[in-house]
Design a protein around this ligand. Structure first.
Ligand code: ADQ
Length: 459
């Protein structure tokens, strides 16, 4: 068997980035096959870069390219994060279309494909990740690459009505048909994708579930991504976790903790969540001084305008709640715009009575799974999960909510805070079983098995 070649915008070239679940899974799969990881170095240069940085680490070869300022602007900030990201998260209102960025996006996809084609050998398998690189397989086919090439979309695939708003949707759809396997996070995403291809391009679903479209046959499947469940459980036992739990424990002074942990992104439903917290304290004076909500939210993509506005909105909403209800010795809502390490987060999750995971749209949402793995059987916290997170298809024993319905969300937080131990344990055991059995290794093994089966059939 040949090597696995992974392509993603950010790689785990920096050993510190190998701690996260996805990085671990891709890293291990690459190590097994003496594989290669191709992506962006994270560095910006003035002119279009000519060469690549190649190095080997622990059996994995990294091939990294810099981006020019102009590429970073058109490809990353504009097309990927101001067009694709909002549309795929159902925020057509936030998409900012222009005439140039798709050309830059295509050019960067082409360059990544060229870098790959120069190095890929017959027998190798290529695995492309996420919305930054929708066109790579098509570019590779034009360069003569015929080997197995799979794609995994980490974010939702939107309803066809939304996807059609994308001016380049026809082009992108055709390019996607160059992949052998298209992996999506949920059955909902799969249904959306198939329906779009059927309605718009006359695609047909075959009896074995594959899709025939644009003269190609593509396996389209839901592969819900998991976490390094055992690793996260261990992280919650670590000294760092304990010390984070102790620190927040001093602040809590015996009060119940409700916790949220999300990148600062408009898809995560943070303003709606803050509204619900406001409603909770408006409607329940008996909870004043008894419950503290902590939201941990490191800024991300702060160069994109919508993200700056979100920050201002969150500052205002938390200011209102704390202004109305805060007291000399109690803050109802603490909002920390910074990142914490994996162990520290695990410790905070373990200390919490309730985990709030209420995105408006999310491909999967790993925080929900991390929260579950950090709990202990004798006193598990309750997970409140948005029906619009991919994770809701698996984690059906969580309290499932509509994040737009702030009144009901407030009531659900109250019920979670008061849920009897037996019910908490019952729900948690079911959640833990799923998160443990469908972990990150299960995910990558399933995906790669399908991709490799295709390559064996083709050989
Ligand atoms: P994200 O949108 O980044 O991922 P998520 O799945 O929640 O969302 O993963 C975020 C990761 O970052 C988690 O491991 C979490 O612990 C960590 N993190 C979040 N806030 C943090 C903080 N304050 N400090 C430190 N770490 C923090 C995208 C898609 C998701 C999909 C994943 C994986 O948007 O839907 O689940 O990819 O496919």
């Amino acid at each position: 068997m040949g090597r696995l070649i992974a392509i993603s915008n950010r790689t785990a070239a920096d050993p510190k980035a190998r701690a996260g679940g996805l990085a671990v899974a891709v890293w291990e799969s690459l190590q097994k096959s003496g594989g290669m990881w191709i992506g962006w170095s994270g560095d910006l240069v003035e002119e279009k870069p000519r060469g690549v940085n190649v190095f080997r680490d622990d059996g994995v070869q990294f091939v990294l390219t810099d981006l020019s300022e102009q590429e970073h602007d058109g490809f990353y900030l504009q097309y990927a994060n101001s067009v694709l990201w909002p549309i795929f998260h159902y925020r057509l209102d936030l998409a900012s279309f222009d005439n140039e960025s798709f050309a830059v996006y295509s050019a960067v996809n082409r360059r990544i494909a060229e870098i790959t084609a120069e190095r890929a050998a017959p027998g190798d398998t290529i695995w492309v990740h996420d919305y930054h690189f929708l066109l790579v397989a098509d570019c590779l086919r034009h360069l003569g690459w015929e080997g197995p090439t799979g794609f995994f979309l980490h974010i939702p695939f939107p309803a066809p009505e939304m996807f059609r708003a994308l001016p380049e949707h026809q082009w992108i759809a055709r390019a996607l048909s160059a992949y052998d396997v298209i992996g999506l996070q949920s059955q909902q995403d799969r249904r959306n994708f198939i329906r779009y291809m059927e309605e718009e391009h006359g695609g047909t679903e075959l009896s074995d579930g594959r899709l025939q479209v644009f003269g190609a046959t593509v396996k389209v499947e839901a592969y819900p991504i998991g976490i390094d469940a055992a690793g996260f459980e261990k992280a919650a036992e670590s000294e760092l976790a304990q010390s984070a739990a102790d620190r927040i424990g001093r602040f809590l002074d015996g009060r119940q903790l409700v916790i949220g942990v999300d990148r600062m992104d408009y898809s995560k439903g943070l303003p709606e969540r803050f509204e619900a917290v406001g409603q909770l304290f408006d409607d329940n004076p008996d909870l004043h001084g008894k419950v503290s909500v902590t939201q941990i939210t490191p800024p991300s993509r702060s160069k994109v305008e919508e993200y700056k506005e979100l920050r201002i909105q969150l500052d205002q909403l938390s200011g209102r709640i704390n202004g109305d209800y805060g007291d000399l010795d109690w803050l109802p809502l603490r909002y920390l715009a910074r990142a914490y390490g994996r162990e520290e987060l695990a410790g905070l999750f373990r200390r919490a009575s309730v985990g709030l995971v209420t995105p408006l749209r999310d491909g999967m949402n790993l925080v929900a799974k991390e929260f579950v793995m950090a709990q202990q059987e004798d006193d598990p916290g309750v997970l409140i999960l948005s029906e619009f997170a991919g994770a809701a298809e698996q984690l059906t024993s969580a309290l499932i909510v509509n994040p737009h319905d702030t009144w009901r969300l407030a009531n659900t937080i109250r019920s979670a805070l008061q849920m009897p131990l037996e019910e908490r344990q019952d729900r948690w055991r079911k959640l833990r079983e799923i998160v443990t059995s469908q972990d990150i290794n299960w995910w990558s093994a399933n995906y790669l098995e399908d991709l490799n089966t295709l390559s064996e059939q083709a050989a």
